[in-house]
Design a protein around this ligand. Structure first.
Ligand code: GDP
Ligand code: MN
Length: 391
């Protein structure tokens, strides 16, 4: 699950990382009053940042500075409602603009192959790390945290020195360790600070100091671990969630849209992947991964069918059920219900084996469904049907 910058900053702050203050506003008027109090506190300018779950907001015009409350309001009017990579901006972050001396990059990511947390740092901050990786891979410093011992101080120091942060060693070490702590505390699979920045601040007595702070934050949480953190569910941004995803989650269905034309309805994640492989081997392209889960009742089957058919690219459907706890006749009833309600007529091939397969076969025969005995046959016929429909 991706979360907004403002929420990510909240998690970092809770883990003791240095994050300059901010607030979130939904209207230009709210931005104006936030800017008024920030400027009254002595800041020279405010920064207004689109809160959308995509990167490159700066380049897209979603990050702007303003020198007065009126200007902040005008800037907010431009940013709120604008579209960034297809997503409409509905809220912005407002903060005192930092006086940036230099931008760095620092992230922690779950390295599944190494089964460790990987820290990546670079003195080339502010730009997208993929670009740095492609053009100057030697400009990226990497280090693995030990799964039991965590990130050693010596490792964090080495990382900091190699990033050119020797002058802010203590802060850099604290932040690197804080990223690993944040990963573990929330079961995150990515915590990215870009830019991590040295900023210049004038303290009350007029002296100028430099400080290392997290100016941007991106956190993604491991969906499978969310049940361990029910409080984080509140950070889900429903404004940006694909309605199909929300529907699937509510119905207890795992559903991932893909680019092909053959809708797949399967029970069990392993069988769903196998089914997709066989569709591909038969020359077709799956339109989705869909696991109706164990013990699905007819209403969940009908719901899954609606989700598949809501994708206009789907021109054939393959149903592959291996009945264990899931009963074949329940699935058949769901398919029959779904067909009675469905808005468009899409050819469908059904294979149901296992628990109550005989009852299922009778129901499907009576309702004139096309059935197949083996998975290979079912895949081949679904692919043929998709070809005919697509021709
Ligand atoms: P992103 O483009 O979505 O990654 O958004 P960022 O928060 O990283 O902002 C993009 C760029 O805007 C940063 O790399 C900075 O150069 C600039 N920026 C962001 N916040 C501030 C700020 O407080 N002061 C100044 N001067 N520049 C900022
Ligand atoms: Mn950024």
């Amino acid at each position: 699950m991706k979360i907004q910058e403002a929420d990510a900053k909240g998690l970092l702050l809770a883990q003791g990382l240095p994050v300059p203050g901010w607030s979130v506003a939904r209207t230009p008027a709210e931005v104006r009053s936030a800017a008024e109090s920030i400027l009254a506190d002595g800041a020279g300018r405010v920064v207004i940042k689109a809160q959308v779950l995509v990167g490159g907001r700066g380049k897209a015009g979603g990050v702007k500075l303003a020198g007065s409350a009126a200007e902040a309001e005008a800037v907010a009017s431009a940013i709120l409602g604008m579209s960034i990579k297809g997503i409409t901006v509905r809220k912005v972050l407002v903060a005192a603009a930092a006086d940036i001396v230099k931008e760095y990059y620092l992230s922690a990511v779950l390295d599944r192959a190494a089964r460790r947390i990987l820290l990546m740092g670079s003195a080339e901050g502010g730009v997208e790390i993929e670009q740095v990786a492609a053009e100057r891979p030697d400009a990226i410093v990497t280090i693995h945290a030990h799964p039991h011992l965590g990130l050693g101080d010596w490792q964090a120091r080495q990382l900091a020195f190699r990033m050119g942060l020797g002058g802010h060693l203590r802060a850099a070490v604290g932040i690197a360790r804080g990223l690993v702590r944040t990963m573990l505390a929330y079961d995150a699979d990515l915590v990215e600070i870009n830019p991590l920045a040295i900023i210049r601040e004038t303290s009350a007595d007029g002296t100028v100091v430099e400080r290392l702070v997290c100016l941007d934050a991106k956190v993604t949480l491991d969906d499978s671990a969310l049940p361990r953190h029910p409080e984080l569910e509140a950070l889900r941004d429903l404004d940006e969630e694909d309605p199909a995803d929300a529907e699937a989650r509510e119905a207890g269905i795992s559903f991932i849209r893909l680019n092909g034309t053959i809708g797949c309805m399967v029970n069990g994640a392993g069988l769903a992947m196998t089914t997709m492989d066989l569709v591909k081997r038969a020359g077709g392209e799956p339109a989705n991964f869909l696991d109706i889960g164990g013990g699905a009742k007819s209403d969940r089957v009908a719901e899954a069918m609606r989700m598949i058919l809501s994708d206009p690219k789907v021109n054939a459907i393959l149903v592959n059920i291996f009945g264990g706890i899931t009963r074949g006749d329940e699935v058949a009833r769901g398919l029959i219900d779904a067909r009675a309600q469905q808005l468009r007529d899409v050819p469908m091939v059904v294979r149901i084996v296992g628990t109550n397969a005989t009852e299922a076969a009778e129901l499907l025969r009576a309702a004139r469904f096309e059935t197949a005995a083996t998975l290979d046959e079912a895949a081949a016929r679904a692919v043929a049907a998709a070809r005919t429909a697509g021709a």
